[in-house]
Write a protein that binds this ligand. Structure first.
Ligand code: AMP
Ligand code: MG
Length: 491
């Protein structure tokens, strides 16, 4: 008996040019490392069956679940600004789509499942470290309330992959609203295949923007929709200190989810110029550059959609520019509203933006921890005698000066101290996937086959806004010798 997945596929019904039919390549000895049981249930899958040896074989791509129609999706992309006309799923296979318990269509994809026609010189495989990293960070993002792809499972393959050294191989089961990227549109745009662009746009509207069906200018509205979702997404990233690390157009999702957790990282001390990725030599994808890069990527999407905007090219360009022109405002509204919540403001007043910017500037100057400063500010709101936040500042007086102004500002609002602290705690996490923790978990798994640290970290990060006294140490920033300065791609 093979385990049945309730697939209802739509992407594989698109024309042949959209993908290559290819099955995962069987591996030697699959072993389940982690199953996300609540997510399995949400997808209509049986978690108990997935935890059997046969379940592990499916999650490793060794056997196919009944009803699977595996494909590798075609896409192109700008990587660090350089256009590559053909990328595609080189180490991933889409098993199929299911409709989840909320009625949402979700892709189920195996990442690290072996070579495909898009592999170029790659082996189609993934190493255990990056698989665990993606599992941890994507699930942490979900718990933080940020749109993201999810992780259903991680398995080791029983085979080695050769990187700089031989490493244990692994497969991640990734779940996404879809895997359609800006780069998917670019794939057809560079081939001047306007019919395919229209088919893809229609598919995307029906799937991700159904409210636009039947509107007068659906393709304009689609661009506007993606612009809005990306602007809001990047604002959410900045508000938790997340750095994606490799915001290429092929890693930019049309549905507005965070996708492709490679060299991503959360910053510890606040630094707008922070970069972790070893390959981001110019800081293109630095923390504070992310809004600008999102708009750059969206501009590439707009270029792809121009042929759908009408016969007159000048007019189409003008319309696209107008739609893109909304980005800074949407971003800024979302970002500023989020910041106001982070410092506990319920109302909006002149001077708020400057007040908050002064805090951020002081944090940067004083290497204050981004996450802990805001969390402790919540404590300070709850109890005027609580002054832990000042210890985050190299020069605590810098905080004191600012806090005086802040106290005057919050005193003008009617909320009680407890109300304010509760509201702040709901947006300022205690626990983020700190780099040094993620690295330690990976080392234990790779070097010692010890997954207890992974389990514990995943458990703590599932409730990022709750004080968990037993796990308080997970909130701590790294000691100087624990600091991780560089992260690496998943390849
Ligand atoms: P990424 O850096 O994960 O966004 O991947 C960029 C491109 O490289 C995509 O087309 C991937 O499918 C491809 N790729 C990454 N790693 C591998 C690999 N080990 N084997 C084959 N293709 C890969
Ligand atoms: Mg990618």
């Amino acid at each position: 008996m093979t385990i049945h997945f309730p697939f209802q596929n739509s992407y594989s019904a698109l024309p042949d040019a959209f993908f290559a039919r290819v099955a995962p390549t069987p591996v030697a000895a699959p072993r389940l490392i982690k199953l996300n049981r609540p997510l399995a249930v949400q997808l209509g899958l049986d978690p108990d069956l997935l935890e059997t040896p046969e379940g592990a074989e499916i999650l490793a791509g060794k056997t196919l679940p009944a009803g699977a129609d595996p494909i590798a999706m075609a896409y192109a992309g700008h990587q660090f600004g350089q256009f590559v006309p053909q990328l595609g799923d080189g180490r991933a296979v889409l098993l199929g789509e299911v409709i989840d318990r909320n009625g949402v269509r979700r892709d189920i994809q195996l990442k690290g499942s072996g070579p495909t026609p898009f592999s170029r010189r790659g082996d189609g495989r993934a190493a255990l470290g990056p698989v665990l990293r993606e599992y941890i960070v994507s699930e942490a993002m979900f718990a933080l309330g940020i749109p993201t792809t999810r992780s259903l499972a991680a398995v080791v393959t029983g085979e080695h992959v050769i990187r700089e050294t031989a490493l244990p191989g692994a497969v991640l089961t990734r779940v996404a609203a879809s895997h359609i990227r800006v780069g998917t549109f670019q794939y057809f745009a560079v081939r001047r295949d306007t019919d395919a662009i229209r088919q893809l746009a229609d598919h995307v509207i029906a799937r991700h923007y159904p409210e636009l069906l039947g509107t007068e200018r659906p393709y304009h509205a689609l661009l506007a929709g993606v612009v809005a979702r990306q602007a809001e997404l990047v604002a959410r990233w900045l508000l938790v200190g997340f750095i994606h690390g490799v915001m290429n157009t092929d890693n930019s999702s049309i549905s507005g989810e965070t996708i492709d957790y490679g060299p991503c990282a959360f910053m510890d001390a606040y630094d707008p110029a922070q970069v972790f990725s070893s390959i981001d030599e110019t800081g293109r994808y630095a923390y504070a550059n992310q809004p600008r890069i999102a708009l750059w990527n969206l501009t590439r999407l707009a270029e792809c959609l121009l042929p759908l905007f009408g016969e007159e090219q000048d007019k189409a360009i003008e319309q696209a520019q107008e739609i893109l022109g909304a980005f800074p405002d949407i971003f800024s509204k979302a970002y500023q509203a989020g910041l106001r919540k982070k410092v506990g403001l319920f109302t909006e007043r002149d001077g708020d933006e400057a007040l908050i910017q002064d805090l951020l500037d002081a944090m940067a100057k004083n290497t204050a921890d981004f996450t802990l400063t805001f969390r402790k500010l919540g404590d300070a709101a709850g109890d005027p005698a609580a002054d832990d936040a000042r210890a985050e500042f190299m020069d605590p007086a810098a905080f004191d000066d600012w806090a005086k102004r802040w106290r005057e500002r919050i005193a003008a609002e009617p909320q009680t101290a407890a109300e304010r602290q509760t509201a702040m705690n709901a947006v300022n996490p205690v626990f983020i996937p700190r780099n040094h923790r993620v690295e330690a978990v990976i080392q234990a798994a790779v070097n010692n086959d010890d997954y207890a640290p992974f389990e514990e970290l995943v458990k703590v990060l599932a409730k990022p806004y709750e004080d968990q006294p037993d796990y308080a140490a997970y909130a701590d920033p790294p000691l100087p010798d624990q600091r991780v300065l560089q992260t690496f791609c998943g390849t």
